[in-house]
Ligand binder design. Sequence first.
Ligand code: MIC
Ligand code: SF4
Length: 758
Amino acid sequence: MTVAASTPIELIQGVYSTLDERVAIGRHRLARALTLAEKVLVNHLDDPENAGLERGVSYVDLRPDRVAMQDATAQMAWLQFMTAGLDEVQVPTTTHCDHLIEARDDGKRDLAAAVDGNREVYDFLASVCARYGAGFWKPGSGIIHQVVLEQYAFPGGMMIGTDSHTPNAGGAGMLAVGVGGADAVDVMTGFPWNVRWPKLIGVHLTGELNGWAAPKDVILKVADILTVRGGTGAIVEYFGPGARSLSATGKATICNMGAEIGATTSLFAYDDATARYLKSTGREAVSDAADVVAHHLRADDDVEANPGKYFDQVIKIDLSTLSPHINGPHTPDLARPVAELGAEAEREGWPLPVSAGLIGSCTNSSYEDITRAASIARDAVAKGLTAKAPLLVTPGSEQIRATIERDGLLADFEALGAQVLANACGPCIGQWDRQDLDDGTPNSIVTSYNRNFPKRNDGYATTHAFVTSPETVIALTIAGRLDFDPAKDTLLNDAGEEVRLTVGAGEELPVAGFDPGEETFQAPPTDGSNVKVTVSPSSDRLQLLTPFPAWDGGDLTDLTVLVKAQGKCTTDHISMAGPWLKYRGHLENISGNVYMGAVNAFTGEVGTGWDATDGEIRSYPEIARRYHEAGVDWVAIGDENMGEGSSREHAAMEPRFRGAKVVIARSFARIHETNLKKQGILPLTFADPADYDLIGPKDRISVVGLANLAPNLPVTVVVTAPDGDETRIVGEHTYSADQIEWFKAGSALNLIRERSGN
Ligand code: MIC
Ligand code: SF4
């Protein structure tokens, strides 16, 4: 398999060639017209005639067209792939180096420092890609989702990516889903990808954005309506005249942040804007091919006419009246119009001064985003204004960086004193060596990113992060305050005059075309079998994996409660990023952060608990290590939406490695639940959410009757108090018959190994 810097037109034509027949099968089987998501799904079903299509119930096998992985998750995925004993990836796969570049000085210097500091990891990723026939995007190439949108995404395609914001490609009409590494390995080894047939949420957009409102505001509003759990198990499909008024990259912003509502993915139809984007990014052949099957690359007509018949839930948003929003702090669904933030911040005691503004991330770093923000910067400078807080800009890709440099846009930001960082995730994932403030100083930052969990950007618990559009970020950074409404407030310039910022004017696409910038793609050799992939046994960054033991066939008894997490327990709480990213290829070392951010439900303390081996209070990672060494099996208890956020399977592998057998929560985020299953941990939900309250710190937990583990059959959980008192509660699970095999084998990977004879 040759993996190029873009999706070959033959692959796309292959996907389009089956649309007529598959869409007909879908219409016949469902006995009605189809939404776009249904068409794409049916066209990628392993067995379209027989797959169960009951929403939120059936599990189906799908055949994605591509796999993309970013460096922080790819290491573990590749380490797993390597144990499967195959010679080549079975589906076009790419690896993107974007997460490990720390922001400190400027793009050039930070990139050089990253190349130096991460050499071992980059060499590993480059060689493993060459060895197994995958494409390698070098550090500096840009953020995975922006690169995928520019190079690989195509309308009606389907991909999975080891990053929760993979749905970004939905902006170009691709059904793109974020998964854990083990899911990616299934597909890379030639197995289908198994997922629940999703529910469908329709978002009907009418009107047109105006004033300070931006595409970002659509998803900030949707997050307000659906909350961080509202999209779980569902695909969000956007349609209507408002959808057709947005640019492809604006749509990508909306799809990207669908991860924040837990959606499986989000999707827009192929339309003129998609075609313009494809042409502008050098893919005229793709838009020509899409034009031929355009009727299959959008929902059937009746869907827009009668959405209630097709979707489990329909949300209506009139873009003409949508006001600019800003969400946060600490959770992406805490929304309000920008105009109302000041009063709320004052009430809540959030610091009103803005200490930094950050533009970029995979969510908002398109040419259009940058031109809009830059026009505001230009306007501010022309009016004698300076930014009251530091401004940091991360271009989304090398292509964007080179283009905005050529077009003088970087200079616009620099005139405002901005720091232009590397084409990478940087401060979005805690890779921010923040110099201007120390931890412990309460402060507020505004970002055009998607996540704002505590400590996410600078590692400081005292930073309040608000997410909003790039234009609002720049306006609030210039004003230096949260209580500034650019639509009506004025600012004092250096001559003491009151001036008002002009609404940003963006350009959808560069008139002079994109400048590809430096070559950053490395194609694999035709025959990679001689490429050496080395993992030094003494490395502290990389460690070969030892298979987890298979289930012994018995019940899971007498488990100690390592942690009972209260409230939000995102993957950032379970396996923190930032400084820990460097251990993403070393399971033992990264386990040093397990549950470090979890709030102990018994004490309210963060990251510490009771060690059953000697009754001492210790950090969770320390207790987990001691349990591992002592052979103590344990359980973790979670609240609602356990494992929200990232796709990182480390949040499942670390507990597994340290001896977790079961995680019982009030509810799970989709990817985390799958990751737990894949790694051989039993994820259960309390049939009665109030049972969460029954669990005490010194209780012992048993899960019994596992020999009869079967789909749709709850299990019995016995909670034994220290005085011997037993309470029996019901634990529900979502295993399909196939997935139970993962549990039995000890992990999904063990099963692949068994099947491939390795
Ligand atoms: C994120 O935005 O949280 C990340 C970092 O991109 C993660 C992936 C990771 O943890 O490596 C994600 O969203 O999946
Ligand atoms: Fe990178 Fe942030 Fe996007 Fe995650 S959300 S891929 S960390 S830019």
